[in-house]
Design a protein around this ligand. Sequence first.
Ligand SMILES: [Zn+2]
Length: 123
Amino acid sequence: MSTFLIDDVLEEMALEGKKHFSPHYVCARSGIADLKFVTEHMLTHVGRKLRVYFEVECPEGDSDYAVDSPLDIVQEQRQCHICGINYIPSPEKVWIAFDFLPPYVEHLKKKLKGQPNLPLQTQ
Ligand SMILES: [Zn+2]
């Protein structure tokens, strides 16, 4: 299994403007079925190409809100903003998710266009 393939897929996704994606999605696109392998490789890019966060799931399976770490989850009753169910969030019911860091996307766009001074929207 090649991490280059994962990097290629990430590059494509960044250029497509993909946001908030799971390692499952990267597995599906790269054809690499090993979720742990893909997740671990993606984690090596955190802080450079990617940021990582955790989506808290309600009992109905909605992604209610996101935290930077499962340790940030307050285990108090709340209402899911999607389905309205009352529940207590659990650090066990979270999904790891990633997002591209803007400087990485900017770098790829510049590389693709070969025009270093192209005006690009950054934050
Ligand atoms: Zn819900």
